[in-house]
Ligand binder design. Structure first.
Ligand SMILES: Nc1ncnc2c1ncn2[C@@H]1O[C@H](COP(=O)(O)OP(=O)(O)O)[C@@H](O)[C@H]1O
Ligand SMILES: N[C@@H](CC(=O)OP(=O)(O)O)C(=O)O
Length: 446
């Protein structure tokens, strides 16, 4: 039976990492006759390519540095004919990237389509590098740099057209005879062949969606942390690995930002018996995601989003007026701003939206235009979003405990997530970390 193994960007930074990746693929090869490796861009490359699109003056320097990093790794980890051939392939791709970098420098303009084209080089170069390293270590591997998915033209967050993508993938599988196939995560292309991206963290989603389309039972997401943990280990010192998550819990945690997973990572698992395992390259420990809530499930994990704004739109003109909320949310759509949370009291005198701080100004300038007609006042507050996830929260004694802790932080809004397995609290910016840490203590102490 084939297996999908996703290799994250966090674990592709130096020679040692690649030695461990080779070993991991060799171990999997003993158990599976076909391995589909999905790779992310190497560490930090997507961020650097994004910065090239934002600082166009510096873009040729940024892409030169990216090229040199790939070649340095290749020269350390591949030799002879393998080095020569892959050096040529990576250089050819980099020439193309370099030409685009110069074009955006001259034009000083980057459309969403060009941005995705530029980002696509990260995963494509990583595919060439990783497959060359695997071959140099005696693994029969082939890299295919054409994205496996056909998508719509929603650049930056493209939607996969599943039936066309399935045909594409089946034809790749038929044509590639090697035991190990390396494919680029995160990217797709339109029917016309233009590059698209699936959204940040999209390689995890590539892996699970490939699993669904091929009909596989197991997808492994290999990263730098030993699974999905009770909290981000960089923020919560005593965070522990969560051994098992039901599908609903995993969906809630990924939506709330855990392990920087793409929010749709677990959608493909619905209605299938596929299990997803998140594991570390460096240490033991993993999280298994599959199945439904179990009776003894308690609280599992916490997330803290610490860069959000609460926008309160006030007006008596909203009261009882059909379509008011739609007008306001439409402004967000027009401004290209994702609404993280939305609420309205039954008196209908306010509508509250929580959005990412970085995009808040775009929405605010649109809402200002409604002043005098639909909107009377607009208030803006810096807030944190604290989410707690676990099937156990369905139990009254557990939800009461969580609510009693949260109530002492005077939450501005409280909401519940899918199948009732999460609670989210919007609190003032200064309170978020304290509340998250107190709730995390409850999770860790069991
Ligand atoms: N609940 C969590 N469990 C594990 N890691 C988390 C969690 N929340 C945030 N993270 C962060 O996610 C990082 C791994 O995600 P990412 O850098 O995207 O890995 P990769 O590149 O391997 O996909 C970790 O270093 C960790 O700091
Ligand atoms: N390289 C893309 C896609 C991805 O999933 O990366 P990673 O596996 O390193 O999170 C990003 O940074 O968004």
């Amino acid at each position: 039976m084939a297996l999908i193994v996703k290799i994250g960007g966090s674990i592709q930074k130096d020679e040692k990492d690649y030695e461990l990746i080779v070993k991991k693929i060799q171990d999997f090869s003993k158990k599976s006759d076909k391995i589909i490796v999905v790779t992310s861009a190497i560490k930090n490359v997507t961020n650097e390519l994004i910065s090239a699109t934002l600082n166009t003056d510096n873009s040729p320097n940024i892409v030169t540095e990216i090229y040199e990093r790939h070649i340095k790794l290749l020269s350390k980890l591949a030799d002879g004919k393998e080095f020569e051939n892959s050096f040529k392939d990576i250089s050819r791709l980099s020439d193309e990237l370099f030409r685009v970098a110069w074009s955006i420098r001259v034009l000083d303009e980057v459309t969403p389509r060009v941005r995705d084209y530029i980002l696509s080089f990260g995963e494509r170069m990583a595919t060439l590098l990783l497959s060359a390293i695997l071959r140099s270590n005696g693994i029969e591997a082939e890299g295919v740099i054409t994205p496996p998915f056909i998508t719509d033209e929603n650049y930056g967050e493209a939607n996969v057209i599943e039936d066309l993508s399935k045909k594409e993938i089946m034809s790749i599988l038929e044509n590639v005879k090697a035991n190990v196939i390396v494919l680029p995560g995160f990217i797709g292309r339109t029917k016309e062949g233009r590059y698209t991206t699936l959204g940040r963290g999209g390689s995890d989603y590539t892996a699970t969606l490939l699993g669904k389309l091929i009909g596989l039972r197991e997808v492994r997401l290999v990263t730098e942390v030993p699974g999905i943990m009770t909290g981000d280990p960089k923020k919560f010192e005593n965070a522990k690995t969560i051994t098992r998550l039901s599908l609903e819990e995993a969906i809630e945690l990924s939506q709330l930002g855990a392990k920087r997973l793409h929010p749709r990572t677990f959608d493909p698992v619905f209605g299938s018996d596929m299990k997803v395992i998140v594991e570390s390259l460096y240490e033991d420990g993993f999280t298994m995601i599959n199945g439904e809530c179990e009776n003894n499930d308690g609280l599992k994990g916490i997330s803290l989003l610490d860069n959000a704004k609460l926008i309160t739109v006030e007006s008596t003109k909203i009261v009882g007026k059909i379509g008011s909320a739609a007008r306001i949310t439409n402004e967000a759509k027009e401004a290209g701003v994702n609404i993280i949370s939305i609420s309205q009291p039954a008196s209908e005198t306010t509508i509250q939206l929580v959005v990412d701080s970085l995009s808040a100004n775009r929405l605010l300038s649109k809402l200002e235009e409604l002043k005098g007609t639909l909107v009377k006042d607009i208030e803006v507050n810096d807030v944190n979003i604290v989410g707690i996830v676990g099937c156990g929260i369905k139990k009254k004694e557990i939800s009461t405990k969580v609510l009693s802790i949260a109530s002492s932080y005077d939450p501005l809004a409280i909401s519940r997530g899918i199948s009732n397995v999460s609670m989210t609290f919007i609190v003032n910016k200064e309170e978020g970390e304290k509340l998250a840490k107190e709730l995390h203590k409850v999770i860790v102490s069991g």
